[in-house]
Design a protein. Structure first.
Length: 306
DNA sequence: AAACTACCCAACCGCTGATAC
DNA sequence: TGTATCAGCGGTTGGGTAGTT
């Protein structure tokens, strides 16, 4: 069976011969694609593109559907929980965006990749270190991630003491001696799949089209500065004296390199299945700027002294 | 107000592995 | 077995927008 439409009398036309369109999708194209998939299903993208009457490559149709038109595509800021997960999974798998995306329901590999390149790599650049360097990985592992945990915990506590997010944050913080000062604690897996309860629902509307409006019209309220910049907003950040920072952070620094520390144990994300409904409500308001220049330099100084 | 810069992200490109013939 | 085509992945780019000078 030629499921891909190959062979037979079908001829493969060049893009020029087919007068294929490129560039941004129009609302009409979006609707055509959505309606076709609604009735015929997805897959076999090249034949789908032809049968639907779209002057696009199958590749383009697939990408548009997966990254934008799918009803379960989640839009808006990357939440703190998602940031934490991305950092952890990237440390484990590297640039395996698709694999990482499987653990963030509703997020696309493209979105995660963009997040990483625009936010995370920017900070590596600010720290004047390679994103793959040990220094930067340590920064992520021992500073950003614990700080994210703190913020998740704080956010959860502020909203509700018994919400799934609050419970999760409690469990998560309990597993981090950097935050809670305890090493003998349950790991992330203790929270398991219900670490973040909640539903993903972002229905497509014509307004969502990239051509109908700019990126911020579909709710992607992106912070002008990296989400991660907030991570180092320590109380001492206003103090320009590096000695003050180091003195104040002795205990913290010690815990960072504690062999029994939480992040030495690592997060047990392996127990998390793809498509797990793990976030609550979509906290899009918390992914904002946290990290100022002084903090960056403080961190740099700190690591050069470890 | 205009010019410039930085940022974000949708879309494209090139490659690889899988599959059908 | 070789070839053609497809799906999917990661890397890259171009355009729009917001902020700054």
């Amino acid at each position: 069976m030629d499921v891909n439409g190959r062979g037979g009398s079908s001829t493969v036309l060049s893009e020029e011969e087919m007068d294929l369109r490129r560039g941004p999708w129009t609302v009409e194209e979006d609707l055509t694609l959505v309606n076709y998939i609604a009735t015929q299903g997805e897959g076999r993208w090249n034949s789908l593109a032809r049968c639907a009457g779209l002057k696009r490559t199958g590749k383009s149709c697939r990408l548009r559907w997966l990254n934008y038109l799918r009803p379960d595509v989640r839009r808006g800021n990357i939440t703190l929980e998602e940031q934490l997960l991305i950092l952890e999974l990237h440390s484990r798998w590297g640039n395996r965006w698709s694999k990482i995306a499987q653990h963030l329901p509703g997020r696309t590999d493209n979105e995660i990749k963009n997040y990483w390149r625009t936010r995370v790599q920017k900070h590596a650049k600010q720290l004047k270190c390679d994103v793959n360097s040990k220094q930067f990985k340590d920064t992520m592992r021992y500073l950003w991630m614990p700080r994210l945990v703190e913020r998740i915990q704080a956010a959860a506590a502020a909203t509700s003491g018994s919400s799934p997010a609050a419970v999760a944050a409690h469990q998560f913080s309990g597993s981090c001696d950097i935050v809670a000062g305890s090493a003998a604690v349950p790991q992330m897996a203790a929270g398991g799949a219900d670490f973040y309860g909640g539903q993903v629902s972002t229905g497509y509307t014509p307004e969502n089209s990239s051509t109908a409006a700019s990126s911020d019209s579909f709710g992607a309220q992106v912070s002008p500065v990296s989400d991660l910049t907030e991570i180092y907003n320590f109380p001492v950040s206003d103090n320009q004296n590096p000695d003050f920072f180091q003195t104040d952070q002795v205990g913290y620094t010690d815990s960072l390199i504690s062999p029994s520390g939480y992040f030495n144990q690592g997060l047990d994300f392996q127990s998390m299945e793809p498509n797990t409904q793990w976030y609550e409500g979509g906290d899009t308001a918390t992914a904002d700027n946290l990290w100022n220049v002084e903090d960056i330099w403080s961190v740099q100084t700190q690591f050069t002294n470890i």
